[in-house]
Design a binder for this molecule. Structure first.
Ligand SMILES: Nc1ncnc2c1ncn2[C@@H]1O[C@H](COP(=O)(O)OP(=O)(O)O)[C@@H](O)[C@H]1O
Ligand SMILES: N[C@@H](CCOP(=O)(O)O)C(=O)O
Length: 293
């Protein structure tokens, strides 16, 4: 049985904890019944011993598997990870979503995507990564009485993600603690209006509006000042043809969206100016989690 989940970029500037989209880089796990428990890891995190000994995927998988099954089976888990850990590309959401989907699939129990999304919410309280991880595409989401309410939109092939990944991990949990406890009315209105405009721009496919709509006052400046070079990455991206350029999730990745025709030039300019960062172009993912029995 094979499960794959895409990377995600959350917030998209002003949409703190409510906007996110899926990017075509995936974490994949193959699970087979086996005489003994065993784990193999390839790609991102392969050299991280914590992922072998105390793997978040396996602990969430076990939570669900033991509830769903009376059998005591052992499994071999083969992980192939493309999503870097703690870089703001939704690695933890991918783990949560794939672990829950796998536990149901291995027991042959059908799990609707909406139910999967609401189960994932118990492990990650903000819905901006888990929603695109499950559904693919661009998503606007909020939580009401422990349920995610969302609207999704496919992202056309004529757009690409241009991603700059610094070699510095930032824990989402710690980064959230650095944000202010309270915001002024001005900052609140600023973000509500920009986030609404950004959502409308995605829905109307008015890509030229993204540049105006993607400003934020509630989280990026606090987070990016811990790595000030990110301001330069953002400025350069916008100057070199990005339609929008925002801190991805809690960072440290900077996410840009561009027309497919401009993406290679943007990638080249960013590679030239920031040779110490990993820079690449990726497609958007419109499928979300995939389960193959
Ligand atoms: N492939 C993986 N396998 C197991 N656990 C993972 C994996 N990727 C991420 N994690 C867990 O998620 C944590 C990172 O979560 P977080 O700080 O929210 O970063 P991100 O922005 O990438 O979601 C890691 O410290 C680890 O506990
Ligand atoms: N809205 C959250 C998003 C965190 O995304 P991640 O990819 O960094 O886990 C936040 O900004 O804290």
């Amino acid at each position: 049985m094979k499960v794959s989940v895409p990377a995600t970029s959350a917030n998209l500037g002003p949409g703190f904890d409510c906007l996110g989209l899926a990017i075509s880089m995936k974490n994949q796990v193959i699970i087979r019944p086996s005489k003994f428990h065993s784990v193999s890891l390839k790609g991102e995190g392969a050299n991280n011993p914590a992922l072998k000994d105390n793997n978040m995927f396996i602990s969430i998988f076990n939570d669900f598997y033991h509830n769903l099954s009376y059998k005591k089976r052992h499994f071999r888990f083969e992980f192939q990870n493309e999503i870097p850990l703690s870089r703001g590309l939704g690695s933890s959401s991918a783990v949560i979503v794939s672990a829950i989907a796998s536990a149901y699939a291995i027991e042959g129990i059908k799990l609707e995507k909406d139910k999967l999304l609401n189960l994932a919410l118990a492990y990650e309280s903000h819905p901006d990564n888990i929603t695109p991880a499950v559904m693919g595409g661009f998503n606007v989401a909020c939580v009401q009485e422990n349920e995610v309410r969302y609207i999704r939109k496919e992202i056309p092939k004529s757009l690409k993600a241009v991603v700059v990944v610094p070699n510095r991990a930032i824990s989402t949990q710690l980064s959230r603690k650095t944000l202010p406890f309270k915001y002024s009315k001005e900052d609140t209105v600023f973000n509500i209006s920009h986030s609404s405009l950004l959502t409308a721009a995605f829905m109307a496919e008015d890509w030229e509006m993204l540049k105006h709509a993607s400003y934020d006052q509630v989280h990026q400046k606090y987070r990016m000042k811990q790595m000030p070079e990110l301001f330069d990455v953002q400025k350069t991206s916008l100057k070199e043809g990005a339609l929008m350029s925002t801190l991805s999730g809690s960072g440290s990745t900077l996410f840009s969206m561009s027309y497919a025709d401009d993406s290679k030039n943007l990638e080249k300019a960013l590679k030239l100016k920031f040779p110490h960062f990993k820079v690449f172009v990726a497609d958007f993912d419109n499928s979300g989690v995939r389960v193959e029995i």
